[in-house]
Design a protein around this ligand. Structure first.
Ligand code: GLC
Length: 490
């Protein structure tokens, strides 16, 4: 590694002294498998730029580069009351946001609902009814007995959707472990509207939004240096503002070349063709056993949904390929259960403050029923560190690729997601990777800074709904499907 500055996380190399030679040799193998050096990062970014361009050139490319019809940054004077529905990977959140008179101000009321695991592989009807239940319950709790006029909804649907209009989106494919029949290939707005209508809920979809676009807009609301919105969470992805002239696939629409338009990259799909990413045998297993093999290659190496599973597979492989090397004769059957461990397990290991790794030992006993020796604990800590570091370094490639493609030397990136906010050292490791990729001089401060975002799926969704209505009012109807509905919301 290059340029270990003061911000770099402390090296744990010194703490491998309890690891005997035979185990150490396997740790070294893990180091080879999971280390991504500067040259590799750079070649990943070069390929990334090619794929970003290909996605802008034509429909059907590997990275979809979805046009979102979000055509402006907010100016801080947006006003009104909006509902936001956030269907992420784990929770469903309903918010009511009032953008207040005060420049950049807002009030928010919100409720969270756990997304039942079985819903993710259930039927489309179950999904839409569950969403309607949550919205109904929200209105019941916060507006009982009121005679509500139509409420504009910003629907944050954080999956790849091709949008011909802002109030429209055809699901290209499920990601993040979802596998609900009968939704892929269809516009997701009409079934939601139908179920709302059936229940007599006074809600109308003003905009369908990706979490990255929401993050971009919400962050730019408070920091004008923000040019990219990124999610490092259950999935990984980013959005940025491009201009129509750089998007050949929409040239036929005849819009002005300098018109800004936000692009939801959907770059979790980067390198599905497997040209450059350093796939390990564990990545291969994750892909093979996923509901969508061959898809979301970049996401499967970097996102929170998969980090614990990569770790589990590596540990299991070490155990099974070397009888007697680790865990003695203990029953390791729990370790055989797919997706038993999530990223928070790795995060907890990396955060263990004790020299004897006693918290890691407790965790292993509690979650896996395994009693580990100090040598095993040190190996485990190193493995978690390698997997977390690989994820952070590879994640940085997407951001670097957008910056290089847009020739942005400096900017802020608004970032959200559980890995970004909760995984130890992720930010510092990502910043270090950007430094290596973008060749900043050692004395230079970070030129591209990845910073904690404003609430993209709530406030961002409300802002995008407000910007859409503002556009309708001004008669700029590019990318608006249901003008009549929008007019009822003005
Ligand atoms: C997945 C989704 C994408 C989303 C990302 C982060 O990659 O396909 O739409 O932005 O996860 O939630």
């Amino acid at each position: 590694m290059v340029g270990l500055g003061p911000k770099h996380p402390p090296s744990r190399k010194g703490s491998m002294h309890d690891v005997p030679q035979d185990l150490l040799q396997h740790v070294k193998e893990f180091e080879t498998v999971f280390t991504v050096d500067r040259a590799k990062l750079k070649s990943i970014v070069d390929r990334f730029i090619v794929e970003l361009e290909a996605g802008l050139a034509a429909d059907g490319a590997n990275i979809p580069m979805n046009v979102t019809w979000v055509m402006d940054f907010p100016d801080g004077n947006e006003q009104g009351t909006f509902l936001a529905l956030d269907m992420g990977g784990t929770n469903l959140r309903v918010c009511e946001i009032t953008l207040t008179k005060q420049k950049g101000g807002f009030d928010i009321t919100q409720s969270k609902y756990k997304m039942p695991e079985e819903l993710k592989t259930g039927t489309a009807d179950e999904l839409w009814n569950y969403i309607a239940d949550c919205l109904e319950q929200f209105l019941h709790t916060h507006h009982e007995g009121e005679n509500l006029h139509s409420l504009p909804l910003g629907f944050t649907f954080s999956y790849p959707a091709q949008q011909d209009y802002i109030d429209h989106g055809i699901l290209q494919r499920w990601t993040k472990g979802f596998d609900i029949d009968g939704v892929e290939g269809h516009d997701v707005v009409p079934p939601l509207e139908a179920v709302l209508k059936k229940r007599g809920l006074p809600i109308k979809v003003a905009a369908l939004i990706n979490d990255t676009t929401g993050t971009l807009i919400a962050s730019a609301y408070t920091d004008t240096a923000v040019k990219i919105g990124a999610i490092f969470g259950t999935g990984v992805n980013a959005a940025y503002m491009d201009n129509v002239g750089s998007i050949p696939k929409i040239a036929h629409l005849g819009l002005p070349a300098d018109m800004p338009i936000a692009i939801n990259c959907e770059y979790g799909a980067f390198d599905n063709e497997r040209k450059v990413l350093p796939f390990s045998k564990y990545d291969e297993i994750i892909d093979r056993d996923s509901p969508r093999p061959g898809q979301q290659a970049f996401e499967k190496m970097t996102a929170g949904l998969y980090l614990g599973e990569i770790f589990r597979l590596a540990l299991l492989d070490l155990h099974d390929s070397n009888p007697g090397l680790i865990f003695g004769k203990q029953d390791i059957s729990k370790l055989r259960k797919s997706y038993l461990l999530d990223a928070s397990f790795l995060a907890a290991i990396e955060e263990d403050p004790f020299e004897n790794l006693s918290e890691t030992a407790d965790l292993l006993e509690k979650e896996l029923g395994i009693c580990a020796t100090l040598a095993e604990l040190e190996m485990i800590r190193r493995l978690a560190e390698l997997i977390g570091t690989r994820a952070a370094r590879i994640s940085a490639c997407g951001i670097a690729a957008i910056c290089k493609k847009k020739q942005m030397q400096t900017c802020h990136v608004g970032a959200d997601g559980s890995v970004f906010t909760k995984y130890p050292h992720f930010k510092v490791r990502g910043a270090q990777a950007l430094r290596e990729i973008l060749d900043w001089a050692p004395q230079d401060k970070d030129k591209v800074e990845i910073l904690a975002a404003e609430d993209g799926s709530g406030v961002g969704a409300a802002l995008i709904a407000a910007l859409t209505l503002k556009r309708v009012k001004a008669g700029n109807l590019a990318g608006i499907r249901n003008v009549d509905t929008m007019n009822t919301l003005l």
